[in-house]
Design a protein around this ligand. Sequence first.
Ligand code: TAP
Length: 477
Amino acid sequence: MGSPFEYAPAPESRSIVDIKPSYGLFVNGEFVPGHGTSFKTISPATEEVLAEVAEADEADVDAAVRAARRAYDKVWSRMPGRERAKYLYRIARIIQERSRELAVLESLDNGKPIKESRDVDVPTVAAHFFYYAGWADKLEYAGRGPDPQPLGVAGQVIPWNFPLLMLAWKIAPALACGNTVVLKPAETTPLTALLFAEICQQADLPPGVVNIVTGAGATGQALVGHPDVDKVAFTGSTAVGKAIARSVAGTRKRVTLELGGKAANIVFDDAPIDQAVEGIVDGIFFNQGHVCCAGSRLLVQENVYDELLERLKRRMSTLRMGDPLDKNTDIGAINSGEQLQRIRELSEVGDAEGAERWEVACDLPTKGYWFPPTIFTGVSQAHRIAREEIFGPVLSVLTFRTPAEAVEKANNTPYGLSAGVWTDKGSRILSIAHQLRAGVVWANTFNKFDPTSPFGGYQESGYGREGGRHGLEAYLR
Ligand code: TAP
């Protein structure tokens, strides 16, 4: 690894977005102060404080749920689908118009490279609103019978890895179906959800249809536990997901959970190697590996192992790490000090268990949270780095000889969110995909998201689907 250095973030892109010194909660169409204490949100690339954000306590959450209930009863559930669609189309268009602002703010608050927030996150967010706007007046085709009804008030809790995209996955289908929402963004990434609240105002969305309550786990707990919430939609860790499932058991609440993953990316010896290397890099280093469906376990057929590893290391050496606002940056900052600590700890476990660590030699900034792209070879299935979600830019490499062995190893996980298969044989793609216990299987590509495709897990990766027609079912009776 190189020597540490001071890095100054690019000031010109900062000026695109107007960050206020402090933010309130968004309740009933207005920004209001919270009753709890406030907290600071920082740029993980520089540790600079970006803003002070209100923390919603139980009374604030209650006010937001009541606003959502009023809006549901009086306005939104009564509005014809074609009218709801107009609001969703308007929101989608404003997202496109304000896309630079949203991308810069997302990269500042989250640490992800601007080329990802600009070219992947924000366009996919707009696409979700466009897609579900199109469904709002066609719900009789959603698969829930001729007269599907909304559920009521949805309490939605999302993580920090794709703050805006997770918001879109939650809010767009809920609103299209006639539900109203109270959403809690993650503590470390509240700013784009608050900018989205401004967009709701700009779109003249009726007050109370969307409410945003910022805060940490306790705010999420208050929301999920509120007796007047009809539907809970959660994306986050398996541990918190299990606690939520327990807490709502026996209530009338409907629940969908999108949880963790430990995806296998399987490369057969007939795969186009350079294409596979790109897919492996994208699979684990996209968004610093903070991706629930990241291809964090590479399974390589033994006879191409040496060649693949050599090419992979060569490709990794070209990745640029640094200022998230620099358009040439491939790898941005780790989202928080806490997450960095977890990545370090699990990597040290990898060392202690005898796996061999290789990392890209690069200079790391002295401030902020950084971890270089890393691979572990000599990993066995029993190793913790092959079993536990690291949620960082760390790849564990295993080998296999036969297709049956690949499937067995790929399925040897409590998770089941996603997987990848690289091979030249179409018949093998179909046969392997069929045997993998994963909600999404990519063939000769990885980490591709589209609003028309359902996404979701098996086993400890949760239940319910988001995206596509299936994503409507979670919000309809
Ligand atoms: P969590 O710690 O589970 O947090 C997720 C959200 O839940 C945050 O907003 C969090 O608030 C809140 N929360 C924490 N404790 C809660 C409680 N007891 N009741 C209600 N809400 C609570 O996960 P994370 O670290 O942010 O995200 C990483 C995890 O999310 C990974 O495991 C990843 O695989 C998973 N993930 C899954 C998917 C899909 S689609 N399956 C997508 C993205 C991420 P604070 O953060 O503010 O404390």
